[in-house]
Design a protein around this ligand. Sequence first.
Ligand code: SAM
Ligand code: SF4
Ligand code: SF4
Length: 340
Amino acid sequence: MSDIPAPILDTFNRPFRDLRISVTDRCNFRCTYCMPAEIYGEKYTFLAKKDLLSFEEITRVARISAELGVRKIRLTGGEPLVRQQIETLVAQLAQIDGIDDLAMTTNAYLLPQKADALKAAGLQRITVSLDSLDNDVFRRMNGNRADVSDVLAGLEAAEQAGFAPIKINMVVQRGVNDQSVVDMARFGKERGYIVRFIEYMDVGTLNGWRLDEVVPASEIVQMIHADMPLEPLDSNYHGEVAQRYRYADGPGEIGLITSVTQPFCGSCTRLRLSPEGRMFTCLFGVEGTDLREPLRAGASEAEIAQIMTGMWQQRTDRYSELRSSLTKPREKVEMFHIGG
Ligand code: SAM
Ligand code: SF4
Ligand code: SF4
């Protein structure tokens, strides 16, 4: 791309910079906080293949996004590695001019089979989700689908394939895996993985989220700091969602994703594409805007670009900032209930 386009700005002057593509609604895990097995069981109907955007359709949306200013693409899901031949999509996305970061978030179960192909196709970075190194805790959290050793094999495969540095996502839930935080930090420090501790979020409506299950990032930092002293780091770039810390006594860093206690909507530059082609300007969006219909009806590049631009320019989302003000009245009610 010869000219860098002027960024498209939303109503809060946030530029359109990142595209997060969910390539499937299916997953081989049933994490209790994401796809609880009681709800996503045998009777649950996932999207039919014809309803998923094809790789060509996804690539077209990604190319138009790059022309509109997007620089980063992340593949996610569901579990991105359960989409057949995902490396073919990676290869197509890697060809797009202007994209300087192509990453994937995965549960790593299929990485031993896929890591080399992903690297060869042009994937640049991998984030692996792992919620505990304690096998019982991990199995309980992933719906009894995998052992810690399966994920470690995936991490090993990713390293062997040449991915570095690898990040690990750990969602911290009070009373479930908060006792695993320090072990995970130590594991990352020893192996050179950047562990990102994620505050448990109220995404969707089916995981029974409760505010008292959120372990605030400040508490996570204290837990680790008591064992392995930490120093704050500056952010790498504007819009980086993780608060970063490094170890005072040597190499290694961690990140905190503070979506609940310190929302970062002000620098949120992400658009999400669902597997069936709906675009969401917020993780907590409700309806989304359908792109599949115009894509399949033969809309031109300019028409698709216009739909995307219009949607971004109207964007007003800041759910996490509003959530703080919404949860306070609820806390007050409880205070009143217990008598203060
Ligand atoms: N299946 C892949 C994986 O688990 O890495 C990619 C999709 S998953 C939805 C992406 C990330 O969202 C994972 O790191 C997962 O732990 C995180 N996540 C899912 N539900 C969450 C919740 N309620 N709160 C915070 N993070 C959550
Ligand atoms: Fe959700 Fe990822 Fe767990 Fe699958 S592996 S249930 S998509 S968090
Ligand atoms: Fe972005 Fe919505 Fe999350 Fe705020 S709540 S950071 S706008 S995705």
